[in-house]
Design a binder for this molecule. Sequence first.
Ligand code: NAI
Ligand code: MG
Length: 792
Amino acid sequence: MNKIAQIFDTLDYGAAPEAPDQAYAWLDSHDRQFGHFIAGEWTAPGKTFSSDNPATGQSLAQITDGTAEDVDAAVRAARAAFGSWSALSGYERAKYLYAIARAVQKHARLFAVLESLDNGKPIRESRDIDIPLVARHFYHHAGWAQHLAREFPDHVPYGVCGQIIPWNFPLLMLAWKIAPALAAGNTVVLKPAEFTSLTALLFAEICGRIGLPKGVVNIVTGQGETGAAITAHPGIDKIAFTGSTEVGKLIRAATSGTGKGLSLELGGKSPYIVFEDADIDSAIEGLVDAIWFNQGQVCCAGSRLLVQESIEERFLAKLKTRMKTLRVGDPLDKSVDIGAMIAPVQVERIRDLMQRGAAEGAVVYEPDNMTLPGAGCFLKPALVTNVSPANTLVAEEIFGPVLVAMSFRTPEEAVALANNTKYGLAATVWSENINLALDIAPKLKAGVVWINGTNNFDAAVGFGGYKESGFGREGGREGMVSYLKPRWEKDLKPLSSVELAPAQRSEQANPLDAAPLDRTAKMYIGGKQVRPDSAYTRAVVGSSGATVGEVGEGNRKDIRNAVEAARAALGWSSTAAHSRAQILYFLAENLDYRRAEFARRIEAQTGHDGAEEVALSVERLFAFAGCADKYDGAIHNPPSRAVAAAMVEPLGVLGIVAAPSRPLLGSVALLAPALAMGNTVVLVPSSVSPLSVTDLYQVIETSDVPSGVINIVTGDSVALAKTLAEHDGVDGLWFAGSAEASAMVEKTSVGNLKQTWTTRGLDYDLADRRFEGDYFLAKATQVKNVWIPYGA
Ligand code: NAI
Ligand code: MG
């Protein structure tokens, strides 16, 4: 009897290593050195660097550091392949994607072992999560390829996509990028991360073997500079990036003004919220997965534990006990939970951050019962307590096995703490009270919310961030749109400089002719007409050359006040869509009552009969009132006992800078979709003919629009656009104007990575009815996927 008890005490795991032979054999078949995969062929290795096994420090192979010429060759190959690839029927493309999925499944073990060797992640994860999800992505997107024309009518692929991916999920991130790009008919140039290129190279070989047309997939290896060469290449039509927020911002700046499409999936500091009524044991297991999956090197890692104060002590005690049972060691061992960190530089970085955090008062717990392997990049799991929200470890993305714990008292406090971050990638909520969980989920500013679960991923469900976690989605319908654009966009004609910036003739006018000062139209901020901060005004000169009115010259301070008012009015986003629709209808109706007056005002400013523009503006308000309660999301069906509700949410505060032409419609056509979707707005009307919008104040006031939902600042469009772009309280910015100013807007928006839409000097004729639906609704919104488990 004693013996049995003894056995339980001394019971331990035996070694259960996965054999690396097959992976080594494949590497050997390439003499352990690789060039790039361009136009379906291997190039000769160039200047190379080593790809190491982080668990041992040993070199696995030499890979080529791609030059700008290499990138150029790959882009040319992708361009050459684009015509015939995009012209294939959806069914033909689907068959290729299906063949890739089959081949990945067939060689799953080789892929998994190679991934674990090169990256250091436990074989349990590469075998059971990474590689099966890779296959799932290609299967799923084979379907989108086949149904493309029906599901996305009047859309075309971008062309050549440049794709730059990180090292934490090497093959999975490749699949997330390549599958939708190919399904949509694009060709790609992909650069894997410098630490983990090997499975991408194996994938390239698979593409060759299944007979994928040459040049459709090109893999160029290299480091940051190779990535920068892809970003800068003029032959690339769209950039898709996953990696650090820092590099994401560099890419945003580098692509500004180029017209390249851009999607960014960046860092995170995701909250993991545990309420006192949670199933604690499940929440602990979930947390182990949230923060120690892939050694914590996960963009959506649940790295900030927020636990309700009443259970904090008990929860943390249980967590510490559980941490002691985690096994750190050889990634190829099938019973290891935590493998190797990616590289010595990351281990250093994490140790540095921990020291800073500790110096700021953090208390670090690491299990004392584990010994780490002697060599290789290993770290113990760590739990950090005694931190204030300002602690480095709370604020910074650590990207390692380090959990930071804080407590909260009320649900409101939990939400406030959860959202107190520049990031917004994911969030987890644990509670047995589904009412509470579903109340919290919409309040979290994150692109993915998991209820009573964590790290759920699927090809059918969009993944991507809010705020500085980036924009664009990967997976599902919302991911497909990142690789498609409207067919008509390529036909847009540039506007002439006169159309873009009609002469400011105020200097020519006799200042004494100016309208008396009390007739100067004011700004409209927080539901009140206010004088501009500067005492300056600008004359509005009519088509006859005479001054027809004056408006305030808005400045930085006016924009600040307007943004503050718009933020304070964000309750608008949770107003029922039906109510928002009613208000838009009311605006339309009240504008219609005064159509003659508005038509005359347009004519006075532009010399054209204004009746048609007013009628169109009324119609546009009607159109978007009709959309407010219809543009909504799907319930996705991942292959698990969960549904994911794709909730369409507004961006938040939207800056809108209208073009000089079409004094009324130019503003209304942008304002209406923004409001319909629940954004609050800071609007800068046409700088030459602003009176049609300042005349709207009374219409707004008589239409039940809550204070602060619409704010109007008049003045120099470009200067005000710059201020809006720089403002971190602005979540999105639409700018109609010159190519040069559009580039400035995009570049200046990097501070908080606000989403932008600019016309780049092109003739977006807003009178066209193509603009009265999805086009702007999509740009006014972002999708949050809320995963809801079902079943007992
Ligand atoms: P990184 O953002 O530098 O690397 C990601 C990819 O971008 C790699 O392929 C790299 O070669 C490429 N790249 C680097 N500089 C570039 C440039 N100027 N232009 C174009 N491409 C460029 O990430 P890194 O340095 O490997 O990791 C540093 C930190 O970034 C991590 O500790 C972590 O906090 C964060 N990170 C976050 C990821 C996420 O998925 N959210 C993924 C990887 C890193
Ligand atoms: Mg490696």
